[in-house]
Write a protein that binds this ligand. Sequence first.
Ligand SMILES: [Ca+2]
Ligand SMILES: [Ca+2]
Length: 184
Amino acid sequence: MPPSTSLTYSDEPFSIRKRRYFFRNILDIDGDGLVRWKDLELLLLRVEELARKDEFIRSKMALIGLWHNVTDDEISETEWLALWNETKEDKDEDSMVDHLFTLLDPSGDGLIDESEYVHVLTFFGKSKQEALTCFDNIGRTPLGEPIFAIDSKRFLSLWKEFFYSDDPSSYGSYLFGLIDDFSK
Ligand SMILES: [Ca+2]
Ligand SMILES: [Ca+2]
């Protein structure tokens, strides 16, 4: 059997595996193994193309503040995983998720629709097809009925499922792409 780095992860709880995935595929945009403010700026630049200006700047400033609460410098993957053990679910997290939602909803109608979602996910190197598959899963009520767009309340519950649930079949697992694609 060939050695595989994925074996290292298979024994981990699914929630921790997703946190690693998020670090590698979403946060560390330039792929140097560390998350710096520079990485997040790259994302903001991308979203800025579409965003409504006032709300975008407000959310950007709030995220800069939250970033400096966490670190003055950079975050390694190990530090990132440890961070989750320290903070658990708290107000800072809810507030950050709220600002992220604003950034992902450039039209400002309070809903993330399929095209807004696909636009952002493809920025992280995901194919349009993968993004559409994921939206097909996250674009649902908790009971599984399809919805055409996601409001901030639903987004927060998908976020919590992504970071805290160990159930691979939960809709939130699809929030940032297909987790099996753990290549990066
Ligand atoms: Ca980086
Ligand atoms: Ca929208």
